[in-house]
Every structure is written in structure tokens, then in C-alpha cells.
Design a binder for this molecule. Structure first.
Ligand SMILES: NC(=O)c1ccc[n+]([C@@H]2O[C@H](COP(=O)([O-])OP(=O)(O)OC[C@H]3O[C@@H](n4cnc5c(N)ncnc54)[C@H](O)[C@@H]3O)[C@@H](O)[C@H]2O)c1
Length: 298
């Protein structure tokens, strides 16, 4: 028999019909299994907005007592994270712990000097003792010394590097010991000064440039433990009263405004979110466009 289009045609739709039916039934069963095993209720709650990103998760924020760190601490706590505020400033740290508890948020202040190994070991021990686990670490503590190049002393250089850079290694090493079992996320707060400069900023710029390199090195070393390491580089983030700012301060940004701590906090929430586990070793610049803006004198 000659295999014409006419002779083949009637068989074709039947095959397609049976195959499609089998695929359809298979998909229905698969969806049911997925719904039962993967918590359809939880997904529904998330869509409806009554779920929280960091419920039952422990989040350690260094330098969390004020400024950007305070913004980060509040943002994670509002997502039901159990926030450990690690800061040198006893008064500001205790005040923030009280303020957060008054708002019904979970907070635990541990006075910590991130330059000191014993302090950092104790910080992670206390966080794990209190909450049973550590899930997120935000290495935010930082200082700056802007001083004429020829006047910057080695003590000042070491102090900036130890506070900003060495601490990120130290805190991550100690926190990762607790994260190893279940995985986690580390976010290092760098700066756009890692990539561009004004004069007399050597120690600060070097510490922030170091953080970018440290971020991808630690991302590599900690990947077998499902610990992701990323950096956020803020531009100008005003942590005081907005009324202090001039119109030109805002206008020079492509965003039309100077940054706020919440801008950095939202970037941290995004990077710490386990659903974004395809992102590691990266740096996210949050600067209202300033590092992309070309500036020549007119
Ligand atoms: N504000 C900005 O425009 C800006 C821009 C880029 C990067 N950053 C970075 O963001 C981070 C926060 O900056 P900020 O503007 O909120 O500063 P901030 O001075 O307001 O807050 C820094 C916090 O770190 C704490 N701290 C300092 N030394 C410490 C130590 N040895 N141990 C523990 N805690 C210590 C301080 O007590 C303070 O609470 C820093 O790493 C900074 O370099 C800030």
C-alpha cells in the first residue's frame, strides 16, 4: 500500500489524543503530589501576603545599633526574623533592642567588638544558644577615616582594615560553623568607594575593595555547605535627618534622591531570600545611579 498523506492522516490524531490524555493525567497526578508534599497552603499564604520571609530564621547584623545596620535589623525583624544586633555601642544597641521589643519584634543585643576574635566567637555562641541556629549574617559594621595621604598612620590604617575587612572574614568564619548544617546567606556591606575614589580615602577604599574580593572567595569556599555570600555596595545613604540635605544633594542622583537605610535593607532581604539561591559571589550596587553617571566639568 502506498503510504499517502490520506492513509497516514487518520492514525495521527488518535495517537496524539492518547498521548495527550496520558500526559494530562500524569501532570494532574504530579501536581497533586507536589501540592501535598511541598506545602500548597504555605504557597497560598505567601501569595496572599500573610507569610513572612524570615520566620524562625536567625539573622545576625553587625553594626546593627544605628544607621544602615538599624534599618537592616528592623527590616528582617518585620519579616519575623529573630535579629541579633551586634554592636560596640552598648547604649544604642540596648535602646534598639527595647524599641524593637516594644514594637513586638524579636531582637537580642550582644555587645561585640568585631575586631576581637573572642568577642565574635562569643557572639555566634550566644546567638546559637538563644535561637538554636544561625541563618543569615550581615557584615555591616564599619568606620571611615578620611585623612590626608601623608598623615595617615599605620595604626589608623590597621584599625580601619580590622574593623571593616578582617571582621567580615572573622564573623563569617564563626557564623558559618553554625550555618554549615542547613545552609545560609552572608551579605557583606561594601561601598561604591571600592570602585571609584575621592582623594584621601585610602584605608576605607582598600577595606571595601577587599570586601568585594573576599565575597567571591568565601562564596567559593562555602558553596559546598549551601552558604551563599554576596555583597551590597551602597552609594550615599543618609542616616540622619533628611532635612539636613540640600536640593542639589538629591538632584545629582539619577534616582532624584539620596539613599536611605531602607534601600540597603531591601537589597539585603532580596539577597538573603532562599528563593534567590542562584545568586552567589556577587556585588549589588545600590547608589541611585551615581557609579554609572559620567561626570566631566562643563
Ligand atoms: N552611609 C553611607 O553613605 C554608606 C555608604 C557606603 C557604605 N556604607 C557602609 O555601610 C555600613 C554602615 O554605615 P553607616 O553609615 O550606617 O555607619 P554608622 O556609623 O551610622 O553605623 C556603624 C555602626 O557600626 C558600629 N561599629 C563600629 N565599629 C564597630 C566595631 N569595632 N564592632 C562592632 N560595631 C562597630 C557603630 O557603633 C555603629 O553602630 C558601613 O560598613 C559603611 O562603610 C555606608
Amino acid at each position: 500500500m502506498i503510504d499517502t498523506e490520506e492513509s497516514r492522516y487518520p492514525v495521527f490524531p488518535l495517537t496524539v489524543f492518547w498521548r495527550s490524555t496520558a500526559v494530562f493525567i500524569g501532570l494532574q497526578t504530579l501536581e497533586k503530589v507536589v501540592q501535598e508534599t511541598c506545602g500548597a497552603e504555605k504557597r497560598k499564604a505567601f501569595v496572599e501576603g500573610d507569610d513572612f520571609m524570615f520566620a524562625n530564621r536567625t539573622v545576625v547584623v553587625t553594626g546593627g545599633a544605628q544607621g544602615i545596620g538599624k534599618g537592616i535589623a528592623l527590616a528582617f525583624a518585620r519579616e519575623k526574623g529573630r535579629v541579633v544586633i551586634a554592636d560596640l555601642n552598648q547604649e544604642a544597641g540596648s535602646a534598639l533592642e527595647r524599641e524593637m521589643k516594644d514594637q513586638g519584634l524579636e531582637a537580642f543585643f550582644v555587645r561585640t567588638d568585631v575586631r576581637e576574635e573572642a568577642d565574635v566567637i562569643r557572639l555566634m555562641e550566644r546567638a546559637a544558644e538563644k535561637y538554636g541556629r544561625i541563618d543569615v549574617l550581615i557584615n555591616n559594621a564599619g568606620i571611615s577615616v578620611f585623612k590626608p595621604f601623608f598623615e595617615l598612620t599605620l595604626e589608623e590604617w590597621d584599625n580601619v582594615l580590622n574593623t571593616n575587612l578582617r571582621s567580615a572574614f572573622l564573623c563569617t568564619r564563626e557564623a558559618a560553623k553554625y550555618m554549615k548544617k542547613e545552609g545560609g546567606a552572608v551579605i557583606n556591606i561594601a561601598s561604591t568607594r571600592a570602585f571609584m575614589s575621592e582623594a584621601n580615602t585610602e584605608s576605607y577604599s582598600a577595606s571595601k575593595g577587599g570586601i568585594i574580593a573576599l565575597t567571591h572567595a568565601m562564596a567559593a569556599s562555602l558553596s559546598p555547605y549551601r552558604i551563599r555570600v554576596n555583597a551590597v555596595s551602597p552609594g550615599w545613604i543618609h542616616t540622619g535627618d533628611e532635612g539636613e540635605l540640600r536640593e542639589i544633594d538629591h538632584k545629582q542622583h539619577w534616582s532624584g534622591r539620596v539613599g536611605r537605610p531602607e534601600d540597603i535593607a531591601r537589597a539585603c532581604l532580596f539577597l538573603a531570600d532562599g528563593r534567590n539561591d542562584f545568586i552567589t559571589g556577587q556585588n549589588l550596587i545600590v547608589d541611585g545611579g551615581m557609579t554609572r553617571k559620567m561626570i566631566y566639568a562643563e
